[in-house]
Design a protein around this ligand. Sequence first.
Ligand SMILES: [Zn+2]
Length: 61
Amino acid sequence: MATVVPPSKRECERCGRVDVWDDERMNWTIAEDDGEKLAGDPQCLHEWDINGSYNPLEPDE
Ligand SMILES: [Zn+2]
C-alpha cells in the first residue's frame, strides 16, 4: 500500500497566492511573508501548482 504524502504548500499559477497546510486545523491557510498575507487576487479562480491527484477534504461544503 502506497503512502500518500500530502503537499504542505501550494501556489496559484495565476495570481501568486500561496497557501500552507495547517496540520492542526486540517485546512489550507494563507501563507505570510514578513507578516504580509500572500493572498493574491480574491477574484482569481486559483490554479494550484500541485498535482491534482491529491484531493484533501473539499472546504466548499
Ligand atoms: Zn489565484
